[in-house]
Design a protein. Sequence first.
Length: 42
Amino acid sequence: MDRKKMMMTTVALGTAYLLRNRESREKIKNQFKSMSRSNKNN
């Protein structure tokens, strides 16, 4: 399997997991929110 195909498969599996698992989805959202807040402060 070439590198690009492997990366796309990994992204697709991760996305499917996040769509099914609400707790993980909320955790990721909160991390992005906190990162965006810290970037605005810098």
